[in-house]
Ligand binder design. Structure first.
Ligand SMILES: [Zn+2]
Ligand SMILES: [Zn+2]
Length: 275
């Protein structure tokens, strides 16, 4: 169990919509709203009429999938069933042991894949990680929704970024066509050059978001490929680090011993020569 010392004052949270809230949680929804406003307010009006509707629908569907999966992942209680049973048991009796793991913080037996989360104060079945962006644990019960959220968010972020680049290329290659679209879709007097600069600012802001999402997406694809959870991966990496450190210490000790033997041998030789 990767758990802190018991704290009876801590509240067991059911899901990500319960206190205490995370600043990153507010950031998630703020970022999502900002990206939607930028897409429909800035990017779409710069696109050709024929593609505006199609892209608007594709982006809208991806956003809806993202909001739905994010909501479900956040609202799900990923607790181990034994913990849920114990919490709802009015007699306070513990659930029948399903495995030989007992969590003293939850005061019940839990599944072998469960881990106690110090943020949620409960054991989570198939624990993957505690997501601060959703303010909820990701485990067996909501991992698929987390993956849908990650994939759809990464997809519409890439679409947004790609369209920014397409618009910028058109500004440089087909300047007159681009200027005509700006004149048609924006208030009169809007400068294509000013829009070009604003686009680059948003590309600069969007790139780290796309990078972070891409990193997470490929990381989880790798975990699924190897049949690991994030927690398994961290434990595995820590064990490898320990092994590497122990090996480095052992090699260092061997080198030190070899130096000492060499120094002693040289000292004996010197003594023999002097004699
Ligand atoms: Zn526990
Ligand atoms: Zn948690």
């Amino acid at each position: 169990m990767n758990s802190p010392e018991p704290d009876t004052n801590n509240i067991v949270r059911k899901n990500g919509f319960q206190r205490p809230f995370e600043p990153l949680q507010a950031m998630t929804w703020l970022l999502l709203c900002s990206m939607i406003i930028v897409f429909y307010g800035l990017i779409i009006p710069q696109s050709g009429l024929a593609v505006q509707a199609a892209l608007g629908v594709v982006y809208g569907v991806l956003v809806l999938i993202s909001v739905w999966s994010g909501f479900v992942a956040c609202a799900t209680d990923p607790a181990d069933d034994n913990v849920l049973q114990r919490m709802s048991d009015i007699n306070g009796t513990t659930a029948a042991p399903t495995d030989n793991i007992y969590c003293r913080l939850c005061s019940t037996h839990v599944n072998r894949s469960s881990k106690h989360c110090r943020y949620c104060e409960k054991c989570v079945d198939g624990f993957d990680h505690h997501c601060k962006w959703l303010n909820n644990c990701i485990g067996k019960k909501n991992y698929r929704y987390f993956l849908i959220l990650l994939s759809s968010t990464f997809s519409f972020t890439l679409l947004e970024l790609a369209l920014f680049v397409v618009n910028m290329v058109q500004y440089l290659v087909e300047h007159n066509t681009y200027a005509a679209k700006v004149e048609r879709n924006y208030p009169s007097g809007t400068s294509p050059l000013a829009l070009f600069v604003v686009n680059w600012i948003f590309i600069g802001l969007l790139l780290p978001v796309a990078g972070l999402l891409g990193q997470l997406f490929f990381f989880h694809a790798m975990l699924i490929h190897h049949g690991l959870t994030t927690y398994d991966y961290i434990i595995q990496e820590q064990a490898r680090d320990r092994e590497r450190n122990e090996l480095a210490i052992k090699r260092n000790e061997e080198r030190q011993r070899a130096k000492e033997i060499e120094a002693t041998t040289n000292a004996i030789k010197d003594t023999e020569v002097a004699a």
